[in-house]
Design a protein around this ligand. Structure first.
Ligand SMILES: *Cc1c(COP(=O)(O)O)cnc(C)c1O
Length: 343
């Protein structure tokens, strides 16, 4: 199968499987798993933070980051298209009594600075306490668009001046760094905390890392335990995460190149429209015009018959994500299949 539904479908590489076989392990709840400790240190170093903590998923990474900083009734400012608002089961409210104060994401994934400033509550007993701002980089629902260092720093300055914290949901922050030709550290330097996923374009089977100050990570560790995310000999999976950070970051440029190649060819297929200026990184969002005779579900079925899976995000809108397991040959096959089906 040529699976373009998401980069979460990536399976571990040979190098990862080997590292997993050989991984030294210990009880991580006691802090004694050398493979996990090595991954956490490397991640913190790459993001310019004091410490890191391995968590089972990006969702848990964002959740512990919010819970470690917020009390019940606190408010977190985030985009209307943000992953934490849309796709994390309302966890911050269900488990932390924290509620989202959503502001419109602009097409480039940012939130207008004046709107953020205006949304921050004054110190008044009537008001909830504004505690954090969450930015997402790359911004998934805005097309995988990378968010600049300059904008991130402006938000950090604004938040800090008003006594708020900045968290970056950097599930794909390494894609952002590669696309902007900078380091992930430059994109996260002024944030108080960052979560990133090992299990997406970086190909590790499981896991995310949260990075921040030592004191913050200590609080995260307690909350991770409360959430049932304290794992034991999880160095087996962390070992793959270290391979991901060492070997899989720079090659993300290949995924971006293949996304551009695929998008430029699909743009020529009559009846297809590439959306939102994509691809910025490894995601193509596209729509099928009303003039196309087959239905969106028929398109999915016909592609599946050709061994191709793509994601459906809206009635006539689809998402195609390139990753390590998508080759140049796959790109050609996908283009041919679309040409054949939509003619
Ligand atoms: C994938 C993703 C997450 C976390 O997802 P998990 O599936 O829980 O690892 C968080 N934020 C964004 C933007 C994502 O794309």
């Amino acid at each position: 199968m040529i699976d373009l539904r998401s980069d979460t479908v990536t399976k571990p590489t040979e190098e990862m499987r080997k590292a997993m076989t050989l991984a030294e392990v210990g009880d991580d709840v006691y802090g004694e798993d050398p493979s996990i400790n090595a991954l956490q240190e490397l991640a913190a170093e790459m993001l310019g933070k004091e410490a890191g903590i391995f968590v089972p998923s990006g969702t848990m990474g964002n959740l512990v980051s919010v819970l470690a900083n917020c009390e019940r009734g606190d408010e977190v400012i985030m985009g209307t298209k943000g992953h934490t608002f849309l796709f994390e089961g309302g966890g911050i409210s269900a488990l932390g009594g924290v509620f989202p104060h959503t502001l419109t994401n602009q097409p480039d994934g940012t939130i207008n600075l004046q709107e953020i400033e205006h949304a921050i509550r004054s110190n008044d007993d009537h008001h909830p306490r504004s505690r954090m701002v969450i930015l997402e980089n790359t911004h998934n629902r805005c097309g995988g668009v990378p968010i600049s260092e300059k904008y991130t720093n402006e938000v950090a300055t604004l938040a800090h001046n008003k006594g708020l914290l900045l968290h970056i949901d950097g599930a794909r922050v390494f894609n952002a760094a590669i696309a902007l030709n900078t380091s992930a550290e430059n994109l996260t330097r002024n944030a108080d905390s960052v979560t990133f996923c090992l299990s997406k374009g970086l190909c590790a089977p499981v896991g995310s890392v949260v990075c921040g100050s030592k004191d913050f990570i200590k609080r995260c560790k307690k909350i991770r335990k409360q959430l049932g995310g304290g794992m034991r000999q999880a160095g087996i999976i962390a070992a793959a995460g270290t391979v991901a950070l060492v070997s899989m970051v720079n090659r993300l440029a290949d995924d971006h190149q293949r996304a551009r190649e695929l998008s430029s060819k699909l743009a020529l297929v009559k009846g297809l429209r590439i959306d939102m200026g994509t691809p910025y990184t490894n995601m193509i969002f596209l729509s099928m015009e009303e003039t196309v005779r087959i239905s969106p579900l028929e398109l999915l079925d016909r592609l599946k018959d050709e061994g191709i899976l793509i994601g459906k995000v809206d009635n006539r809108q689809f998402r195609l994500v390139t990753h390590y397991w998508i080759s140049d040959e796959d790109i050609s096959k996908v283009v041919c299949a679309f040409q054949e089906i939509i003619k």
